[in-house]
Each structure stands twice: as C-alpha cells, then as structure tokens.
Design a protein around this ligand. Structure first.
Ligand code: ATP
Ligand code: MG
Length: 571
C-alpha cells in the first residue's frame, strides 16, 4: 500500500480533552477521531488494528469451541424486565421507544437476550454444553465518558455465554474461556493479569477480571509479590488480627470545636489518625446503618453491600444522619447513638479495640477511651472485613505485604449459575426426560478498550510502539526520494517481496521531507521501519530498525537482504 493512496491524518497537537497518553496518541496518530463525547470514529488506520484484534479474538474463541452468532443491539424492554434489570441498570442504559411505543434498550450487554435465545433453542442435554459469542457494539450511558476508547458510550465488546448441564461442566467452560483470554491478550501484545473480582449484580459466584497494569488504570489492584494473589480493590481481602489494645479508663467527652474531619480532630488533639474510629451513617436500601472503620482507612462500599446483602448502599443524607446519631456527620460515633436500635457494623480490626476516639453524637464533641466491647452495642457477627485494602496490608493467602497497582479492565469472566436461566426458565431434558435448569457463564472482552490499553502499555515520548500482531501495517518503508526512479524501484521491489511473504507494509511515498516521514512513522508506531533513500543506498543500503529500538540498533543491509532482515525484525 502506498501512503499517498490511503487516508492517514496525523496531528501535531494533543486533543484538548485527553488526560492520558494513550488517548492523546490514539487521536494524534490518526487511529480514531472524536465524534462527540464518548463517541469515536475509527479511521482507516485504526480499522486495520481493530480488525486484527477482532481476528485474534475470533480465532481464540473458535479454538476454544465457541460458536459465533450476532444478536440485535436493539433489545426489547421485556427481556430486561424479566430479570428486573430494566430497573436496576438505571441511567446507564440508553432507552428509547419504537413508533408503536414499545420500550427498547440499546444493549449494554446481552445476558437476557442470549438466555431468551437459548430458552427457545435448547431442549435436550445432547445439545450441551454450548458456548456462543458475538463481537458487537455495546452502549452505556457512562456517568463520565473519558480516556478515549477506555470509557466510551459506544464500544465494541466480544461477549460469550456458556450453557452447561451441571456445575462441573460450567467450571470447565469457565476455565476454557479464562485460558482463551490469556492467549488473546498475549497475542495482542498486552500484559494482562487475571485478578479476583466482585460479581456486582451479575451473579455472586466466581469471577476474574483481566487487567492491563498501567498507571492510568481506573481500578486499584492489590497484588502479593510473593504468592501471586491479585484482586480488584473492590474485592481484595487482607489477613488481619484483632486489636490487642491495653485496657482503658471509662470514656469521657472532649470538646473539639470546629474539627470535623479525622485530620482536623487528629491535629486538634495531637493524636494519630489510627487512634480514631471513623463512623459513617449509610442508607442501606433506604434504612440507616452505622459503619465504623479505623480512622486512617476507608469503607469499601462493595464489601459493605455484599456483607449486608443489600441492593443499594450510599452515604446517608443530612436528615438521616441527624435522626440516627443525634449529631451532624463530623461528630457521629458508635456509643449511644440517638436511635438506640440503630444497627452498627464495624471492620474486623475493631474487634477488641480499646482507647479509641470516636464522635460523641453531639456536635463539636468527641469521646476518648472508647472500648468497643464495653461501650458499643454491636453484635459479634457484625464485625466484618469492610475496608479498602492498602499497600502493606497482609496478603490473605500467605501473609506477606501486598502492593497496590492500577489496572485497566480489559476483560472479565463470570460464573453466573442459574441467575438468568431461572428467570427465563432455560431448561433442558436429561436422559431420563427430567427438566433441569442450564448453568450459565458469561465472558466479555472490551475490544476497543484493549486496543487503547495496548497503546497505554506500549508507547514512548514519540508515539505508539505497536506489537507486530496488531500494528496497522507491520512495516513502513520510508521512501526518501520518491522522484528518483531507481530508488523508488528498490522500495517497490521490497514492498512486493514483503507482501509475497504475507507481511503488510506501507510505503511512505509522499513528497514530504524525511523528518516529517520519520516523525509520522514514530508517532503511528509501525513495528518495523525501513528507510530507502538515495544517500543511504549509496552508503550501503536499506536501514532497518524496530520501532522499539533506538538508532544505535539500526541495521544497514543491501537491498537484496532487506526483506529477510525485516522479517527477522518482525519475529
Ligand atoms: P467497568 O468496570 O470498567 O465499567 P464493566 O465491569 O462494567 O467495566 P463488563 O460489563 O465486565 O464491564 O464488560 C466487559 C468489558 O467491556 C470490560 O471488561 C471492558 O473491557 C469493556 N467495557 C465496559 N465498559 C466499557 C466502556 N464504557 N467503554 C469501553 N469498554 C468498556
Ligand atoms: Mg467487568
């Protein structure tokens, strides 16, 4: 392909709204252009990489025995109403009505749709197990679309769904997909780590997310460098010991005028944050619950929700806080709140805590010397792991210190059990004609997010560094003297030789200066660059260099050996 015959539009300036490198490069390198907030157009160059990623996904899904289908992106509301998700998806779902006033959704995912499909299509155990997948556009009205393709309103997802006769089969399907995901990301040149995750409202059983570790990642991951334990912070656990505080005298009030936050009270009293207990009133499915955690730690809403078996947890509003505790948010505490029947739950590390400082349930006052066993009306079963893990917390598996990393979630595998098949009565007949519910799993890859995650992990100050497997063109030939017939012929011959070997190559035949060509080649990040110019040919030949290498590693080879050198550099 000649550059002059394609449509590559690179930019020198970073897009105004881009916060992270991969978003800047995505647009500057001419991979995508923004259409509107959270909406992107794939340009010809970007399409090539997108198609290559899709192809890798397809090959690995097919190799894992999954079967490709394509379901409508436009989905009727009835399907979502069957599982109750028409309501729980909330504002994240794009909704519309057709001309007959039927409510519809632009599919954010497709568990309901596929389960409905299978309910109609399945009858016998002989048809099982079966895994189907599609590569299709999904729609989510994200609260904050940002970071380019990472969190967009419309994106391409590969979603797969498995149906099995029993739990063992479902387990096999799950791990088959898990291994396929490892291969997909490896083939895309992405370092993706599987981490334990929280199932959210998808089902409560096993799930792993695949994270591309990167500072720009939106998710926190706790990792143990010793034993390999890795979990999303929403889910990450820690090994803990109960507090062994010395006995303390009876609690007493301290006047703390104007000090509201732990930092302020801690500064006012000259005591470290860890001596404090943070007490927060949460609205748990609309009812108040007090949550206590050590002053230097944060409540993990996801763990709280799971522990309480709640549908919705959020910080309580002003009125609820006042009614439950008797004070405003800065002075709430677990000793004798105004609502004597208020349920108090606390992080496990507070079991046995003594000598702590808490809010006094009276504005501008705190209590010191609080003993949780003596002074707080809390059931023993209401101590639970409720905090967000931090660096240095003990690994739940081996007890060594964990590290915190940031990750971009590029895929997720879920065991769904019968959550959906029950709602749709997706049954099959056993050998003895008994009807049983199918056991389901679902598996998603963010195809467009993966594309950008590769850029985030693989770039430098000059631009993208594409892995050969998904580079828009694997090789760029910078033809420096396009008007010199002899030089152009060297480039043409090299192009033909490479194409004959199945290498995709673009010849930069533009009339621009060499500097412009080198800059663009680096910005776009083709895996290998070959320079064919009059001067170079006179001096010794074709310059071949991997994008990831610096100039000192450049090889100069005679034209007759250039194709072989390029193929070797790609390997
Ligand atoms: P997140 O937690 O980042 O919002 P999710 O867990 O809601 O993602 P899933 O329902 O697991 O997403 O969807 C499968 C995959 O689709 C994700 O692993 C991710 O790679 C991708 N994805 C989800 N939301 C978006 C989005 N708004 N833009 C681009 N890709 C997305
Ligand atoms: Mg997910």
């Amino acid at each position: 392909m000649k550059w002059s015959k394609t449509f590559i539009q690179t930019l020198r300036e970073n897009p105004q709204d881009a916060e992270i490198d991969s978003h800047k490069l995505l647009v500057r390198a001419g991979i995508c252009r923004k259409t509107a907030s959270g909406l992107f157009t794939f340009m010809p160059l970007g399409m090539r990489t997108l198609r290559k990623i899709e192809q890798i996904v397809r090959e690995e899904m097919d190799a894992a025995g999954a079967l490709e289908i394509l379901m409508p992106a436009l989905q009727p509301a009835e399907l979502w109403q069957k599982t109750g998700r028409w309501d729980t998806m909330g504002a994240n779902m794009f909704r519309l009505r057709d001309r007959a006033e039927h409510q519809m959704a632009m599919g954010p995912t497709a568990e309901e749709e596929v389960t409905d499909l299978m309910t109609g299509a399945l009858s016998s155990y002989r048809q099982l197990p079966v895994t189907v997948y599609q590569i299709q556009t999904k729609f989510r009205d994200e609260t904050r679309p940002r970071f380019g393709l990472m969190r967009s309103k419309e994106f391409i997802m590969k979603d797969a769904y498995s149906f099995d006769v029993d739990a063992e089969g479902a387990d096999r399907s799950y791990w088959t997909m898990y291994r396929a995901y490892e291969r997909i990301f490896a083939r895309c040149g992405l370092k993706a780590t599987p981490v334990q995750a929280d199932g959210g409202d998808m089902g409560d059983s096993m799930t792993h997310e695949f994270h591309a570790l990167a500072d720009a990642g939106e998710d926190g991951i706790a990792c143990c460098p010793e034993c390999g334990y890795a979990a999303n912070l929403e889910r990450a656990e820690r090994r803990f010991e109960a507090s062994v505080d010395p006995d303390c005298e009876m609690y007493s009030e301290v006047h703390t005028p104007g000090a509201k936050t732990i930092e302020q009270v801690s500064a006012f009293m000259g005591v470290p944050g860890a001596a404090f207990v943070k007490s927060l009133i949460y609205a748990v499915d609309g009812k108040p619950v007090m949550v206590c955690v050590p002053g230097d730690r944060d409540v993990n809403d996801v763990k709280l929700k799971r522990f309480l078996g709640a549908t919705k947890v959020e910080l309580a509003g002003y009125d609820m806080v006042l009614a439950a505790s008797g004070a405003n948010a800065g002075s709430v505490g677990p000793v004798k709140p105004a609502d004597a029947a208020l349920r108090i739950v606390a992080d496990v590390s507070l079991r046995g805590a003594k000598g702590r400082i808490v809010g006094a349930n009276k504005d501008d006052y705190h209590l010191k010397n609080v003993d949780f066993a003596r002074d707080v009306a809390i059931a023993d079963s209401d101590f639970a792991d409720l905090i967000v893990c931090g660096a240095g917390d003990a690994c739940p598996k081996c007890g060594r210190k964990m590290e915190l990393k940031r990750g971009i979630e590029v895929g997720q595998v879920f065991k769904l059990g019968t959550k959906y098949t029950k709602a749709f009565n997706t049954v099959y007949k056993t050998e003895t004609a008994e009807e049983k519910l199918c056991i389901m799993g679902c598996y998603g890859v963010g195809v467009t997010r993966t594309l950008q995650a590769v850029i985030e992990q693989s770039h430098d100050k000059d631009g993208i560094i594409w892995p050969a497997s998904i580079s828009p063109y694997q090789v760029v030939i910078d033809l420096l003297d396009p008007d010199d017939a002899a030089v152009a012929k060297v480039a043409d011959d090299l192009e033909a030789q490479l194409e004959a070997q199945g290498v995709d190559v673009i010849v930069d035949d533009r009339a621009d200066r060499p500097g412009v060509k080198f800059k663009d080649a680096d910005l776009i990040g083709f895996t290998v660059r070959a320079v064919v110019g009059k001067k170079g040919l006179e001096k010794g030949g074709v310059e071949v260099k991997r994008r990831s290498e610096d100039k000192s590693q450049m090889k100069v080879v005679p034209p007759s050996e250039a194709a072989a050198a390029i193929v070797a550099a790609l390997a």
